[in-house]
Design a protein around this ligand. Sequence first.
Ligand code: GDP
Length: 212
Amino acid sequence: MRAFNEARYVASIGKLSQLPAEGPPEIAFCGRSNVGKSSAINALTGRKRLAFTSKTPGRTQTINFFDVGEGVRLADLPGYGFARVPQSVRAQWDRLVGGYLSCRASLAALVIIMDARRPFTEHDVRMLDWAQPLDRPVLVLLSKADKLSKRERSAALAQARATFAARHLAGEVRLFSSVTRESVDEVRALLAEWVDTWGAGHTNKKTPGKGE
Ligand code: GDP
């Protein structure tokens, strides 16, 4: 099984022209800003400060790439859903993230992090709409699950699973907490399995590199 450790910074890009060459299978992480995406990446990779958050709207428009363990790359996509950002910043986000998702041959899976207390916001749903045609498995993590009571947890999970199923996406929904580390090991194992499955289907296919 592939390990999610030994994380190594690869690149930060603000323009599609700066994308690193296609390489190992990539898992893209996205979510509304402040949803706990950086904390989730840090928990999953076992690193304290691998992924940083910028709390300044408009200053988070980069995709950050990290290699983790053997042959897996994480792509930390810029957060979405800032309340007051200029239209130009939104348009730049759309170009960068939309362009990355639609062109990236190495993309193996997508992780969409949503707040367990308020999942499927308008922005989250838009992200799912973008994910739909990609034909990659999607993992929805309901973050900050430690803030829910036992009853709220089951209700949130059941409702999120129903909403996810109704959209006919391949993938799974899990409660997640970086604080209690709930689901950390399961998510690592699941993503490793998806990457292996993806890798098995692509070993004999040539993936287009930059400039080809
Ligand atoms: P990002 O903007 O999506 O990268 O979010 P961060 O990882 O920076 O987290 C935003 C805030 O939520 C921070 O104050 C974190 O301490 C807090 N946070 C993140 N994950 C959790 C979690 O699982 N449980 C709780 N209770 N708080 C969390």
